[in-house]
Design a protein around this ligand. Sequence first.
Ligand SMILES: Cc1ncc(COP(=O)(O)O)c(C=O)c1O
Length: 446
Amino acid sequence: MRDHFKVTPDKHLSLHNVDLFELSRSEDTPLFVFDEDCLVKNLATIFDAFKSLYPNVIVSYSIKTNDNLAICNIMKENNAYAEVASELDLYIAEKLGIPGEHIIFDGIFKPDKFIRKALERRISIINAESFTELERINKIANNMGITQSVGLRINSWKPKIFINNLNPNNLNETINCNPSSRFGFSINDAKSVFKRREKYKNLRIEGLMIHPYHSAIETFASLISEAQSLGIEIKYLNVGGGFDSGFVLHVNYLDLILDLIKQKIGFKSKMDERSGKALDIGIAAKHITGKVKELGLKSMPTIVVEPGTYIVGSAGLLLVKVDHVKVSGGYKWVVVDGGKNILPATSVLARQRVIVVNKMNWDNFENVNIIGPNLFKDDVLALNKHLPTIEEGDVLAIFDCGAYAMTNSTQFLYPRPAAVMINSKMEIKKIRERENCANVIYKDII
Ligand SMILES: Cc1ncc(COP(=O)(O)O)c(C=O)c1O
């Protein structure tokens, strides 16, 4: 997306030569804006990164990241499979005519009804997360008189070394539990599934899966040799998602405090000039394909990747309008018309890039806090941002909001916004209508 911006003579930001300030006026705000070319390019980049190193690769778009029909359709048109994790995801895949053999079924919650639907659609593989699930799939497949291909999701959770526990971001893990250990089978449990496979007469155990990809693909090695020794052929190695484009800088509270102190003693904040650690997809692909090749298998398994954020994250931004600016407690608060109701993943710790779209190349800057229109304390989109002097009616673009924003947004206090997609032909396609108040309550009954 970043390659497709320009500044108009009016000092407005444009995407594919579409003036975003004018767009915010004609379409109203808040407004999600997607770059169609960027979606296609991100998908092609991840596909090529793997395909250039390894012969059998499936890229399966993770629908929950952004389930908008137009976006999912672009994925389908560009040969991506669909990773579904709920009945809603499956419905969307069907609505787009994605054939069952291009659907991969993941997730910790798979009630019978949903398994049956998936089996009726002849979906390619179900990645199972527990013994109960294997028994359920086996029983339903048996009732239907079919055999179903399944993979085992592996849980490679390891205790964190003590020093990691001092990081405030890991507090939940330190105090409460090991949240990621709820997913999938432990290595030992997976081995016992292999040994007990006769019990699952209607299942073909053909895959191993792990998510996110960096959580130790190495784990597969011992499982594959165990499977081989028992005559089980693993055809699919699924490494999930987790390929972050790296544009969003994730900080912790200590970083924020140090940055503030630096500014108090007269240094300029450098925080907004940094971005997150950019992922080189080529390096990730080399690591994964290298590990698979090291397994030295006679017939090469297919590598499956399930990207979501990598494809849509950087392809979407949110336009919000400044309702008013208020000075209180010695701070300047910029109140905008969309907040954590539509950007739930945004926080003061995820420093999204913000640009005032109608004040490009501006001379006067100031530090402000940007807050949403909601009534809860943490409805803060950004703290201490160095931006052009802001006034009522200005429009801000919050970058890298393509993933987990439209799907996770709520109707708390406000109907949900519209979305448009722009391409290099300067076409502006409406991909979601703005909701109104009647839409929000239309299922209520007095
Ligand atoms: C099983 C699985 N696959 C793929 C994804 C997509 O991950 P990402 O958005 O990091 O690419 C997720 C996200 O939670 C997931 O749970």
